[in-house]
Design a protein around this ligand. Structure first.
Ligand SMILES: [Mn+2]
Length: 447
């Protein structure tokens, strides 16, 4: 992205945040807001190592700075203040921000210890604190009852569901970076037999990310491991019999914003591989259909329910389900093969806030998006079909066992599962959405 564009988009983003935060703050009964960037957390009390910082998302919403113990002080109508911790340690040095386009937008004051923030807070104002660490609020002279007050946090989370053009530009760049990694891993998988660990490291190298910088731990699952939905315990050695399927769920970040992309690939030409390739193609076609079904005003949960209907059809098409469509649906067979939610809001957090304000129906316990589809939302669409031992054992022992082709299931289980995941922006234009992932990784680019 051109830095001029970024600067202009960022200025508009800040103006938008100022406009949207002010009424939320006053409705919650506050005059000002002090946001902590975050504290370094000890890995364990038994040693002196710290986890890499994950900045407070409300801080990151305003400033792409990943440094502990800084503060953002907001007072509607006044220029925001960034209290920037001076680094004096000769042991550590925080990473330089990737871009400095934000610097001119704040009154920057240098602080040497957290308590120094106190002197920059507006006197006599009712100030709310946002941050994880109550000891910091205490050091800033703020009481427990103004820490993360729900009447403030709820509305701020809701407004974070709607992305500004600056935020969308950041997610576009995060997507571009992740796509480079997906292409590199696909090539390595096709051309050689690497271990999961090697493919993970290759992805990090191709995307220029250190492991803690990825939006979430890469899921790199060869063969049957694809059935573990969050497989991150990478096998370090390549298998003696090469694995013929790979599920890669890996993203990237840019200025704090995340992308979240999953692809599933299969190679080889045995009977199991051919059946699995058919399944992958069907899931990909379903994923594209679901993306095409998105409409303004549609409850996302309806799309999720429709995904279950389509999963049932696919399982019949590939021969896993032997019963009629009506019987299969009545028995809820798709629940054993597609146990997770269809997607989630995406932004500063990989599972972003603001789109799961109401609980899903009891049938959909893991659905993280129950919002009504609205312009400026960004979310994923990620259906999957898996062969998960525990769920299949329950099915095998239950009353619907005879509806399943178990030898075929066992054969496909060697290849784990399929998930295809894209990131979409709701534009509200004639196309309704912009699919950021397909712009980079079109159909047919994999497998
Ligand atoms: Mn996801």
């Amino acid at each position: 992205m051109q830095s001029m564009d970024l600067t202009k988009l960022y200025a508009e983003h800040l103006a938008d945040l100022e406009r949207r935060y002010a009424p939320v703050l006053s409705a919650a009964g506050f005059d000002a807001l002090a946001i902590h960037s975050g504290s370094l957390k000890k890995r364990t009390e038994f040693d002196d190592q710290y986890w890499p910082l994950r900045p407070t998302p409300y801080f990151h919403h305003w400033i792409p700075l990943s440094q502990a113990d800084c503060a953002l002080i907001l007072q509607p109508g006044k220029r925001p203040i960034l209290a920037w911790m001076k680094v004096t340690s000769f042991w550590e040095r925080p990473a330089k921000p990737e871009s400095d386009h934000f610097i001119g937008s704040f009154d920057i004051v240098s602080i040497e210890k957290s308590a120094d923030v106190k002197q920059h807070l507006p006197a006599g104002a009712r100030i709310a604190f946002l941050g994880e660490d109550k000891a910091t609020a205490t050091a800033w002279g703020l009481a427990d009852e103004v820490c993360n007050p729900l009447p403030l946090v709820g509305p701020l989370d809701r407004l974070r569901a709607f992305k500004t053009p600056y935020e969308i530009a950041c997610i576009v760049e995060a997507s571009r970076r992740a796509a480079v990694g997906h292409e590199a891993v696909l090539k390595a998988f096709r051309d050689s037999d690497r271990s999961e660990l090697e493919l993970h490291l290759l992805y990090l190298a191709a995307t220029h990310q250190d492991d803690p910088e990825t939006p979430y731990k890469n899921i790199v699952a060869l063969g049957a491991n694809g059935a573990t939905l969050h497989h991150v315990s990478y096998v370090k050695e390549a298998a003696h019999v090469p694995c013929q399927s790979l599920l890669l769920d890996a993203g990237s970040t840019y200025l704090g914003y995340c992308s979240d992309i999953t692809r599933t690939w299969v190679k080889g030409s045995g009977a199991a591989e051919s059946a699995f390739a058919h399944l992958v193609a069907e899931v990909e076609a379903m994923q594209l259909r679901l993306c095409g079904q998105i409409k303004l005003g549609l409850p996302y949960e309806e799309l999720h329910d429709d995904a279950h209907r389509q999963v049932t059809e696919i399982l019949r098409t590939v021969g896993v389900i032997k019963a009629s469509l009506e019987e299969a649906r009545a028995a809820g067979l798709s629940r054993s093969f597609f146990p997770h939610g269809l997607g989630h809001s995406l932004g500063l957090q990989c599972h972003d806030v603001g789109c799961a304000l109401v609980k899903p129906k009891v049938d959909n316990p893991y659905l993280r998006n129950t919002s009504t589809i609205t312009e400026s939302q960004v979310f994923t669409v990620e259906p999957g079909i898996y062969f998960i031992d525990r769920l299949l054992d329950e099915l095998r022992q239950g009353p619907h066992s005879s509806k399943i082709d178990w030898p075929l299931c066992d054969e496909l289980a060697q290849l784990g599962g399929v998930r295809i995941e894209d990131d979409l922006v709701v534009t509200g234009g004639p196309q309704v959405t912009r699919n950021l992932t397909r712009e980079l990784l079109p159909v047919g680019g994999g497998g």
